[in-house]
Design a protein around this ligand. Structure first.
Ligand SMILES: Nc1ncnc2c1ncn2[C@@H]1O[C@H](COP(=O)(O)OP(=O)(O)OP(=O)(O)O)[C@@H](O)[C@H]1O
Length: 286
């Protein structure tokens, strides 16, 4: 359905030019829910922007159903970390904006009915005519999810949509997104820094190794039956095993990346001699 083929992405110019993503290959199959987990700053947002067509790769290809992605499209709906709602429009109007783009042939009443269906789906009926400023963070994120879904995308791309929320709201929204996803099993990609969230929601979890030059790690298959109940998951031995495996992998690659950075620093400063600070606990370079 959606593919990254030998993708490399750089940021910056001249000596500042840095390879953020290195030779990324990813296949999202139809109806599959994939989670990408990784350290902050490793390039997760860059990866999802490539899939959405918001930025282009420097090398390699992004393919949607075999066709090269040329730019953003409503076929690939995106939910951002920061909601990105228009503050001067009500909840309903924020959602309607996208719906009108996708269904220009619909009249106002048809659009209203459609918009209200998605507002109800995320339990925001009473807030339909409120403005974003009047909503809590969790409610805003619900609007962002409803807006993306109302445009009926074939693929739903979510960039840490829940990371700014408190634990309770986060758990509730995880449940809602899963319920909605379960109704028609649309292809979905979730970027998260939370391994538990990945196991709760995804069919496969793929770590993004620390950058620069981040690569994708091996896919961890989540073979836990759905529906998955958050409170019951952590009693399952297969959940514990999988969680441990993923966390161990992330810690190992994190430690390796730190070692490599230190080596690179030593190579950049060959005459740097370690200077022991007074405490004697850590090394500093001059
Ligand atoms: N437009 C840009 N120009 C230059 N550098 C950028 C740009 N966008 C991101 N970067 C850099 O690329 C790296 C990866 O950024 P990205 O936002 O993709 O990481 P991330 O894994 O999503 O981080 P987080 O989890 O903190 O949101 C970072 O070092 C960031 O500073």
């Amino acid at each position: 359905m959606l593919q990254l083929k030998n993708v490399h992405k750089f940021y910056g110019e001249g000596r500042q030019r840095t390879e953020i993503l290195h030779n990324i290959n990813l296949d999202l199959n139809e109806g599959e829910f994939v989670a990408i987990v990784g350290y902050s700053g490793s390039g997760k947002t860059t990866l999802v922007k490539l899939l959405a067509g918001l930025i282009a790769p420097d090398q390699g290809e992004v393919l949607f159903k075999g066709q090269r992605v040329q730019g953003p499209s409503h076929e690939r709906g995106m939910v951002f970390q920061n909601y990105s709602l228009l503050p001067w429009l009500s909840v309903a109007k924020n959602i309607d904006l996208g719906v009108a783009q996708v269904y220009p042939q619909w009249n106002k009443r048809q659009r209203e009915e459609h918009v209200m269906r998605y507002i109800d789906m995320v339990n925001l009926g009473p807030a339909a005519h409120k403005h974003p400023v009047e909503l809590s963070g969790g409610m805003r994120q619900r609007v962002a999810v409803a807006r993306a879904l109302a445009m009926n995308p074939e693929v739903l791309l979510m960039d840490e949509p829940l990371s700014a929320l408190d634990a309770l709201t986060r758990a509730k929204l995880q449940e809602e997104i899963l319920k909605i996803w379960n109704e028609d099993r649309r292809t979905a990609l979730l970027i998260t820094n939370d391994v538990d969230e990945g196991i709760l929601m995804a069919d496969r979890i793929i770590p993004l190794n620390p950058g620069p030059q981040a690569t994708l790690g091996p896919a961890f298959k989540v073979d836990i039956e759905r529906p998955r109940i958050k409170t019951k998951l952590n009693q399952l031995p297969e959940y514990k095993r999988l969680r441990n495996d993923i966390i161990e992998y992330l810690l190992d690659t994190g430690a390796e990346s730190k070692r490599n950075q230190k080596l690179a620093q030593e190579r950049l400063l060959p005459d740097a001699r370690p200077v022991l600070p007074r405490s004697g606990f850590s090394l500093a370079f001059r």
